[in-house]
Ligand binder design. Sequence first.
Ligand SMILES: Cc1cc2nc3c(=O)[nH]c(=O)nc-3n(C[C@H](O)[C@H](O)[C@H](O)COP(=O)(O)OP(=O)(O)OC[C@H]3O[C@@H](n4cnc5c(N)ncnc54)[C@H](O)[C@@H]3O)c2cc1C
Length: 399
Amino acid sequence: MTTLSRDTADALTADLFAFQSQLTEEEQCALVELREFLDEHVRPYADDWWDRAESPRHLLKQLGQLGIFSYGFDETRPFASSSAFRNWIGLELARCDPSTAVLVGVHVGLGMGSISLNGSDEQRAEWLPPLAAGELIAAFGLTEPEHGSDTARGLATTAELRGDEWVLNGAKRWIGNATFADVVVIWARDVADDRVKGFLVRTPAPGFTATKIERKISMRAVENADIVLTDVVVPERDRLKRAEGFRDVARVLRHTRLESAWHSAGVSMGAFEAALAYAQGRRQFGRPIAAFQLVQQKLADVATNITATLAVNIAASRLSDDGALAEHHSSLAKTFAASRLRQSVALCREVAGGNGVQLDAGIARYFGDAEAIYSFEGTHEMNSLILARALTGHAAFVA
Ligand SMILES: Cc1cc2nc3c(=O)[nH]c(=O)nc-3n(C[C@H](O)[C@H](O)[C@H](O)COP(=O)(O)OP(=O)(O)OC[C@H]3O[C@@H](n4cnc5c(N)ncnc54)[C@H](O)[C@@H]3O)c2cc1C
């Protein structure tokens, strides 16, 4: 039986306003259990996975058994939970290992989220329980080689209905988990009505290839893939029944962008904790560098960034619980969190001096991983434009 203890206080060095205490005791206990799992099964290995660009896909089964994929979905959840709690799971994953957080985020937020929000009752009943258990793995294919920020208007992958089957053709880029997923949600444009629709591609499938993207400098322990679809056949029963256009993709992204904001807080916390420990241990001029004012300034700035990010995230999650989370809310949260993250990991990296660019000081992995977070789930520019569209009434995506 997990109880709240000193572990909780120790674990939350960077949660200065004790936001986590707003969660229920049941939720906090679940997070203690998760932290224990991560300390045993992820923390000791994360640098090596990152160094070898090896995705710890085995974790999905173990984390599924821990129950952490279940909370957001009516079909599977063990107890009713808040958005702040569900996203705090992502925060804890990111705080320990950002790649693991993304591995899970792709599977749960993007993959299961697409099925939950856009699937029929039958599709939800078929897919969500095995995905929640980690028995099956999901991926989400929206971005294309020639269309990233402009997928809403530019998406070029096609879907053509022939009888009671769809035929998909096109290419996708950057698709996390796609090299080993059992099901890949592919977003494609229906040639008949020009609308973007979602398709559950069960892999392996004839005409479907997923090739791992090598030589990344960020999220190295996530397997991202270039996908090619050549006459891939999907039966009508595997078309997501409630997805009728790009706005249904945007409904998924509204939640995953908020998740990304929570990941940003977690990554900052991981880097901050490592930088604080380093500063206490490293001595120069006969004193711990933590005793120097200029080093303290950096630590104070990072702690402030984390606290401000958590405050924004908690507020956005409250809107989500109330069913009032709009697109611009999650864009605001994501773009604020990711920009604070980028500053924070750079400051933490500086605190460790030269050792900050090498994995052993425990900061470099967070530093590298922050770059991908800054650009996926909508770049800083895209999310700013979404927010500004809501403020001004003018869409400024095209000059
Ligand atoms: C590690 C990683 C994992 C990912 N995982 C997935 C995944 O699982 N599934 C998936 O579908 N996608 C995934 N992505 C893709 C990601 O969502 C895209 O990279 C992102 O949306 C940006 O698209 P792009 O890379 O094509 O950049 P582009 O759209 O080419 O943008 C390049 C630059 O131009 C700027 N820009 C573009 N248009 C404008 C404009 N109108 N005004 C001002 N500036 C503009 C952008 O902000 C950016 O700075 C992943 C990416 C990475 C790096």
